[in-house]
Design a protein around this ligand. Structure first.
Ligand code: MEV
Length: 450
């Protein structure tokens, strides 16, 4: 049960008007919240407008840290990779991995294919052979009617590819699909694909309805929906690292050989156990999403695609693989990535534009290679920590500053805490105790405030 009446005309209110309504209705201290939320508005009103236009009902800006991971050597070229993430230790892990592989030949990446898929789902109560036998004519007509939409993309080297008729009628009554492949050059292509599909869908229906060769059933043809598929297993990239086992170096009590074997086992567990694979791949997406966000690409699309690919065998598996043999350690990732370096927000978001500039204004293919390498680097760092020191040591060290901020530590207290916890286990309770002692009148004030 909901209470009262819904607010109407909310979207028509000014930004300040929306904010006023929110703070007055949902907060006990409206003035403080109003001040806080407006303090995140950009002083440059033109820039603020650009951000506001990306979405609706905007009341403020939600900031996330924008960092970089230097020393990424990919196909012989060195990149400094921009990353937007709120999770501590993600950027540090990527940077550590990149530096590690910098002196071992770097990452080798290749784009295996760049096909994207769109679908027109339709309902046909008649014999599907009637449509199947005229598919070539229907396709020619759809292409011809959509020429104004495909012209520019064709000039940029993209366009529409194969048409396949897929029969789902044994599972969902009278339901079929036109599965159409697309090449979208340097754009992610979602808007292009969807516009073309909607045009195709209209042409498809009226071409059938208006042609008596399709029989009496022609009046009952219906398009249910026309939309791209975010699953693009033929838009695939691979990135790998490789070195002699001895080159891995020893780590603590682990010899290079032990390390390689433990690493391989950890990857193989994520190949067979979906519980582990989910965490494993989540770690990969810690890195991937950060670059996808920094370049204003669609991280939900990238995640959905990657997870669907991870489950393609029918069982959810790790996106990375590893072999240890003949004195060699090889580790690689293969995943579909649908990203762009033109279109969408890639050039509209002022920071995304700089991210692309920082990467040397890559093509979409290069960006796929960079992102895949980042995913591999992130996974390498996670697995190396997990099979040696454990993840919490590094993670909690990085999280220490967050705990200190939460406890409103001063700069001097942060400095003292970083020194103290350099070789102590970090936990919320331990940090609280430490600050308590530091702040008590009998505490050691030598490294405290003032
Ligand atoms: C944490 O965000 C990611 C990890 O759990 C990934 C993994 O376990 O491989 C460390």
């Amino acid at each position: 049960m909901t209470k009262g009446k819904p607010i109407s005309g909310f979207s028509k209110l000014s930004k300040r008007g929306k904010l006023k309504w929110i703070v007055e209705n949902f907060f006990i201290d409206p003035e403080r919240v109003m001040k806080e939320l407006t303090s995140f508005w950009l002083p440059d009103q033109e820039k603020q407008k650009v951000l506001d236009r990306f979405s609706e009902n905007t009341i403020s800006n939600f900031h996330l840290p924008y960092g970089v991971a230097p020393n990424f050597v990919i196909n012989g070229r060195t990149y400094c990779v921009p990353m937007v993430t709120e999770e501590s230790s993600v950027v540090a892990a990527a940077a550590k991995s990149a530096k590690y592989w910098f002196s071992r030949g770097g990452f080798t990446a290749e784009v295996l294919s760049t096909k994207k898929i769109g679908q027109i789902h339709f309902i046909w109560p008649g014999d599907i052979k009637v449509i199947e036998s005229r598919l070539d004519d229907l396709r020619d007509r759809m292409l011809s009617e959509a020429k104004s939409l495909t012209y520019n993309m064709e000039r940029r080297g993209g366009g529409v590819g194969d048409f396949t008729l897929v029969d789902f009628s044994d599972q969902v009554e009278h339901t079929y699909q036109l599965r159409i492949s697309f090449e979208t050059a340097d754009s992610m292509g979602a808007n292009f694909i969807n516009s073309v599909l909607e045009s195709f869908a209209k042409t498809f229906v009226y071409s059938i309805r208006g042609n008596h060769q399709f029989g009496e059933d022609r009046h009952r043809i219906e398009v249910l929906m026309a939309i791209l598929s975010n699953y693009s297993p033929s838009c695939l990239v691979r990135s790998s690292v490789s070195c002699g086992i001895e080159e891995l170096g020893s780590f603590g009590n682990y010899s290079a050989h032990d390390l390689a074997k433990r690493f391989e086992k950890a990857i193989n567990i994520a190949r067979v156990d979906p519980y582990r694979a989910t965490t494993h791949n989540k770690g990969i997406f810690n890195g991937i999403d950060a670059v996808v966000l920094a370049t204003a690409n669609d991280f939900r699309a990238v995640e959905a695609n990657g997870h669907a690919y991870a489950a393609r065998s029918g069982s959810y598996q790790s996106l990375t693989q590893c072999t240890v043999g003949d004195g060699k350690f090889t580790f690689w990732i293969e995943l579909p990535l649908s990203v762009g370096t033109i279109g969408g927000l890639t050039k509209l978001h002022p920071l995304a534009k700089h991210s692309l500039e920082l990467l040397g204004n890559p093509t979409a293919k290069e960006l796929m290679q960079i992102i895949a390498s980042m995913g591999l680097a992130q996974n390498f760092a996670a697995i190396k920590s997990l099979i040696t020191t454990g993840i919490q040591q590094g993670h909690m060290q990085m999280h220490l500053v967050n705990i200190l901020s939460h406890l409103q530590a001063s700069e001097a207290e942060i400095k003292a805490a970083l020194k103290h916890f350099a070789n102590q286990t970090v936990s919320q309770a331990a940090v609280r105790d430490f600050l308590c002692i530091l702040r008590s009148p009998v505490g050691d004030h030598s490294s405290s405030r003032g």
